[in-house]
Design a protein around this ligand. Structure first.
Ligand code: NPG
Length: 370
């Protein structure tokens, strides 16, 4: 595909309620969209790096600079292919969220050019995906029960609670006792524990959790493998897994029994599919994580989660769980599921009104005609 310019559209979208995890509190989703424009097609992707480096080392302004200064100059604008991007971008180590955003936009454009949906291109087998919801740390147990109760009432098929040391056993107990054993429940620690907390984490075992996500530091693979011998709740890795090779190694060493894949964390949708292949081959449960995406990033995640091998509900919620107004037509909950967009490419586009209301600047990188 030929491309003539790439636009980066910054936005700041207020969240309907603050999202607090052990890594910090988010009240506005700051990010930017990438638009790849060529004579024959165009496509959109979302960069999900946060405003500040808290969940990961990447952050939005940094990713913006990496894309404009270092990644785009590596492209040959007369011949851009999503499948080649990982190799093209290899001279720049890391910066996976920045790379994923460009890849997503190129994939969208390629699919639009070919007249297929992203879901078809990735090999999806489902037309809708089960919707899970992530609940941030709450100020009190009664507020936690209210928030969870509202999501259960809306039909979410699984609930994930953020936990941190000292704010873990009681909230899990309260939710389990209030909503019963039928509620699919999991917890996410965002690396807040150490192996010395194994007893505390083992105290979660009786509550029948689907999994505990990323209890230890992202580099502590051996610690996770050791912890897996000390607790019965399955360990799921998130931050630790940045590639298919990581997934293979962590599974082989017993560091996880479940994988959360976020395309942005692993450098793009194509690497996410490779991780899916590793998990299928190993018989390991897999689900698609979320990073408070707008409709642009969500559409791509929903397409990915529609592949066979995504065995558990993802952090894929309706737009109104995050935003009063999304950047696209909203994703809505349909009997606890989100529909996989059927249109070509990611199947959605930013609404001009939303982008002008929440947009905060545009950068254009033009390529000379060849
Ligand atoms: O539904 O998009 C969602 C949020 C799911 O908890 C969620 N994401 O640690 O996985 C995480 C967390 C996150 C949010 C991470 C924003 C990074 C940025």
């Amino acid at each position: 595909m030929r491309i003539s310019r790439v636009e980066l559209h910054r936005f700041g979208l207020p969240l309907v309620s603050p999202f607090r995890s052990s890594a910090g509190t988010e009240t506005v989703r700051h990010g930017f969209l990438v638009r790849v424009v060529g004579p024959d097609a165009e496509g959109w992707g979302e960069c999900v790096a946060e405003g500040t480096p808290r969940y990961a080392s990447e952050y939005s302004d940094g990713a913006h600079e990496v894309i404009t200064r270092f990644l785009l100059p590596l492209l040959d604008p007369s011949d851009v292919r999503a499948a080649d991007l990982a190799e093209r971008f290899a001279p720049v180590p890391g910066h996976r969220m920045a790379k994923a955003a460009v890849e997503a936009a190129v994939l969208d454009a390629e699919c639009r050019l070919a007249g297929v949906s992203l879901a078809e291109r990735l090999g999806a087998v489902r037309t809708r995906v089960p919707a899970g919801v992530a609940v941030g740390l709450q100020p009190s147990l009664s507020e936690l029960l209210d928030v969870v109760g509202e999501y259960v009432r809306q039909g979410y098929v699984r609930v994930k609670l953020k936990i941190e040391p000292g704010n873990d056993i009681e909230p899990v107990r309260a939710v389990r006792e209030h909503f019963g054993d039928g509620l699919a429940l999991q917890v996410d620690a965002n690396q807040a524990y150490s192996l010395a907390d194994a007893d505390r984490l083992a105290a979660l075992d009786p509550f029948g959790l689907q999994l505990i996500e990323q209890p230890l530091g992202e580099h502590d693979r051996r610690g996770h493998a050791r912890l897996a011998q000390l607790i019965t709740t399955p360990i799921c890795l998130d931050e630790t897994i940045t590639s298919a090779v990581d997934a293979e190694e962590c599974i082989a060493m017993g560091a996880c029994r479940v994988v959360n894949v976020k395309p942005a964390r692993v450098g793009g949708l194509l690497e996410a599919v490779r991780i899916r292949n590793v998990c299928v081959a190993a018989g390991v449960d897999l689900w698609c994580g979320g990073m408070l995406e707008t409709g642009i990033g969500r559409a791509a995640n929903v397409a990915l989660a529609a592949l066979d091998g995504f065995t558990l509900p993802g952090d894929l919620s309706a737009s109104n769980r995050y935003f009063a107004q999304d950047l696209t037509e909203p994703f809505v909950l349909d009997e606890g599921h989100l529909q996989v967009p059927r249109g070509v490419g990611i199947g959605v586009e930013p609404l001009v009104d939303s982008l002008s209301k929440y947009g905060s600047g545009r950068t254009v990188v033009s390529f000379n005609a060849q």
